[in-house]
Design a protein around this ligand. Structure first.
Ligand code: NAD
Length: 256
């Protein structure tokens, strides 16, 4: 199978390093001929991201901090000028202060709550708002969520509340943009050892539990998520929108 995404321009947000879920998604999309535009947060990750993305032929990179409306607008402007039509967006961005990902949710600060929601939830809407007018041939928007949106999991705390809001945003965006043939879905991935995951207290215990209890008896590989994103970006998923698809080896389906 080759060229499922030939002629599609897809924006991939959230590559920080080679372990990033966004990078696994990018590799899957590129393998099927997608033309990729990467965004990265700031100068801190710029060199690393550019080194990686240069290995994908014809890709571009644009700096975009999603808490800045100016950055998001500048991204849309560049996309309009340089490629005209956008067919897909992979939103793989989240952030919460480390101290909010340990202990009890009840101790969440007002600032920590607002920051986590700004970066991890509102950013999807901010970007969709500016990019949907460029999806003139229809489109697919994919974001990343986690089981902590549905269940109170130890230490996930404010990020679980943010992911619940993100999943609700997916349904509202899908409802708004569906008439323009733009689909919006989330992938609920099982735990994967990435930079963001490092911030969650007790992450190794979670991995071990998944390996023991998930029906498929293994932890999620980033490539499992990459290939599901590829499916959602493709015409094969043309009837799917407003959904949360679990890619977790079945962990969310069993009682622990
Ligand atoms: P990661 O650290 O590789 O990626 C997180 C990305 O968010 C980084 O590239 C970071 O630069 C970016 N980011 C943070 N603040 C930003 C800002 N203000 N502007 C622009 N970019 C910003 O970790 P990851 O695990 O690949 O995370 C990707 C997504 O997958 C996140 O939404 C995360 O919650 C979700 N997710 C991860 C797991 C897991 O176990 N790793 C499981 C389910 C869902």
């Amino acid at each position: 199978m080759n060229g499922l995404l030939q002629g599609k321009n897809i924006v991939v947000m959230g590559v920080a390093n080679e372990r990033s879920i966004a990078w696994a998604i990018a590799k899957s999309l590129a393998s099927q001929g997608a033309q990729l535009v990467f965004t990265y947060e700031n100068e801190r990750v710029e060199e690393r991201v550019k080194k990686l993305t240069e290995t994908i032929e014809g890709s571009r990179t644009v700096q975009c901090n999603v808490t800045s409306d100016e950055d998001v607008e500048a991204l849309a402007h560049r996309l309009r000028e340089e490629i005209g039509v956008v067919h897909g967006l992979a939103h793989c961005i989240a952030f919460a202060k480390t101290e909010e990902l340990d202990g009890m949710y009840v101790d969440t600060s007002r600032d920590g709550f607002a920051l986590a929601h700004d970066v991890s939830v509102y950013s999807l809407t901010a970007v969709a708002q500016r990019l949907h007018p460029l999806m003139t041939e229809g489109g697919s928007i994919v974001t990343m969520t986690y089981l902590g949106a549905e269940r109170a999991l130890p230490n996930y705390n404010v990020m679980g509340v943010a992911k619940a809001a993100l999943e609700a945003s997916v349904r509202y965006l899908a409802s708004d943009l569906g008439p323009n043939n733009i689909r919006v879905n989330a992938i609920s991935a099982g735990p994967i050892r990435t930079l963001a995951a490092k911030g969650i207290s007790g992450f190794n215990t979670i991995l071990k539990q998944v390996e023991e209890k998930a029906p498929l008896r293994r932890t999620t590989d980033a490539s499992d998520v990459g290939d599901t994103a590829l499916f959602l970006m493709s015409d094969w998923a043309r009837g799917i929108t407003g959904e949360v698809i679990h890619v977790d080896n079945g962990y969310s389906t069993v009682g622990i």
